[in-house]
Design a binder for this molecule. Structure first.
Ligand SMILES: [Zn+2]
Length: 127
């Protein structure tokens, strides 16, 4: 396969590393916010008795928060995996089949650790 794609812009692992480090920081910050909110909403029954009609809403808020926490944990794990793969020199390859992940995909999602096919498979298997 000829390696001459357009401007030949490939993802620089050092640039990717910076973006990934930043992503981890963002995720950590978001998780702290979520955790703080969760603490607040698990506070005493006072909140319930003030707004009895909101009870159901609170529950689905908690479910939503839990889902966001799960997503953040998964993403954090992938970002850390991508960082480790920069260290190993295997960044930009699918963890499943070792195929090269297209640069455009890495540009959009520097934490991508699977080719499109295996990412789709992974996301389908998770549900
Ligand atoms: Zn793959």
């Amino acid at each position: 396969m000829p390696a001459s794609s357009e401007a030949g812009e490939s993802v620089d692992p050092q640039v990717a590393r910076q973006r990934l480090n930043r992503l981890v920081a963002d995720i950590d910050e978001a998780q702290q916010t979520l955790t703080a909110e969760a603490d607040e909403s698990s506070m005493p029954i006072a909140r319930l008795s003030q707004h009895p009609a909101d009870y159901g809403t609170d529950l689905s808020d908690q479910e939503r928060e839990a889902a966001m926490q799960r997503a953040a944990r998964t993403e954090r794990h992938e970002v850390l995996t991508a960082l480790a793969r920069i260290d190993e020199g295997s960044y930009g390859r699918c963890v499943v089949c070792d195929a090269e992940i297209p640069d455009a995909r890495l540009e959009a999602r520097p934490e991508a650790i699977r080719c499109l096919e295996h990412q789709r498979e992974y996301e389908t298997a998770r549900d």
